[in-house]
Design a protein around this ligand. Structure first.
Ligand code: FES
Ligand SMILES: [Fe+2]
Length: 371
């Protein structure tokens, strides 16, 4: 993928800076062209913090989880000292996987192909049938480490030196949502939705409540649409909505008077209502395909009352998610049709979409200037 190929997809005016009231949306080609997608996958995602899971999934040394980050398989493990480590899930022998599913209680990471073993710190330890091999130093064959950090119980990995630190990326969220404390939560369930659209089409849809009255008539009855506001920050935006005083929000538990919908550039969302956190990750799979991960976390994941509430919460979200997935697939067809190049934004309702597009255009401006 050369910069020249991507440049051919970008008209100079597509990268011009305009105020929201005069700006155009991103060109359809950026959602359709496989070259553009390949460029994002090789130049954007490897330098962005990507959510991989919750620390309650790795409670003790020897617990590990497997995740996909920008198309690469990654293994995250809690080492003997209790620290988090992340590695490419690729054995140094012949590229087999160290793990194919999450697990706990491992004393070493053992390759699932021919059984090479690595310490939880990533050093190569055991090699079956290795007599007579010459000019080989096992210190040269450790697992390749990645950047890994935790924030409020959520684990993030970056394949390369990240564009910004994790604390800078998420600065201010903790204070804004107080007294809700995300560190008290436990992972409950993961649900994954494949959607036939570009990852950005799904993000765009998430970033506005403009579509709520048409696409989600039931949700519209609960949210106080007149008080739905968007706040934009450096690397994230927040859609905030108090609930209608008369609405039934019992599925969210006590203290559910308001909803925080955070979008964190480029492809992550935190949906916080009362003491329930839903983490969404929009995984790019191909130019016109993505999957959306829903990780549900709650303060109480054990009691019988909580179980019933959680089941109701997940069922409810599932309905909304199907409505979103369906409209996003229609939009993708529209983007591919040749009948659409760019559109415009509602100043009142699409500030979040514009903010996301500006972050993407900022990244492109820098990439293309450097290239
Ligand atoms: S590929 Fe890992 S042991 Fe052979
Ligand atoms: Fe929606």
């Amino acid at each position: 993928m050369t910069i020249a190929t991507v440049r051919a997809l970008i008209e100079p005016h597509d990268l011009e800076r305009h105020p929201l009231a005069r700006a155009h949306t991103l060109p359809a080609q950026w959602y359709v062209a496989s070259d553009f997608y390949a460029f994002e996958l090789s130049h954007l995602f490897p330098r962005c913090w990507q959510y991989v899971g919750h620390c309650s999934q790795l409670p003790s040394p020897g617990c590990y989880l497997v995740a996909d980050v920008a198309g690469r398989s990654v293994v995250v493990v809690r080492d003997q000292g209790g620290a988090l480590r992340a590695f490419h899930n690729v054995c140094r022998h012949r590229a087999g996987p160290l793990a194919t599913r999450n697990g706990c209680g491992a004393r070493v990471l053992q390759c699932q192909y021919h059984g090479w073993t690595y310490t939880l710190e990533g050093h190569l330890r055991g090699i079956p049938h290795w007599d007579r091999v010459d000019l080989f130093d096992r210190r040269d064959y450790g697992l390749l480490p990645l950047f890994v950090e935790e924030w409020e119980g959520l684990i993030f990995v970056s394949l390369e030196q990240p564009l910004v630190s994790l604390s800078e990326l998420l600065a201010g969220i903790r204070e804004r949502i107080a007294p809700t404390d995300l560190r008290r939560l436990h992972f409950h369930t993961r649900v994954v939705y494949p959607i036939a659209c570009n990852w950005k089409a799904y993000v765009d849809n998430y970033l506005e409540g403009y579509h709520v009255p048409i696409v989600h008539p039931e949700l519209n009855k609960v949210l106080d649409y007149t008080r739905y506001v968007t706040e934009t920050y450096r690397y994230y935006s927040l859609q905030y909505s108090p609930f209608r005083a008369d609405s039934d929000t019992s599925t969210y538990g006590q203290n559910a008077h308001e909803a925080f919908y955070y979008f964190i550039f480029p492809n992550m969302m935190l949906n916080i209502v009362g003491s329930r956190l839903q983490v969404n990750l929009v995984q790019p799979l191909a130019a016109e395909r993505c999957e959306v991960i829903f990780d549900y976390c709650y303060e109480d994941v054990c009691s019988e009352a909580a179980q019933a509430q959680i089941a109701a919460d997940i069922t409810y979200s599932d309905t909304v998610q199907r409505e979103d997935g369906e409209i996003c697939e229609w939009v993708q067809r529209g983007l591919r049709s040749g009948a659409y190049r760019t559109g415009r934004y509602s100043v009142e309702r699409e500030e979040g979409v514009y903010h996301f597009h500006e972050l993407l255009r900022d990244w492109l401006r820098i990439e293309l200037a450097e290239g």
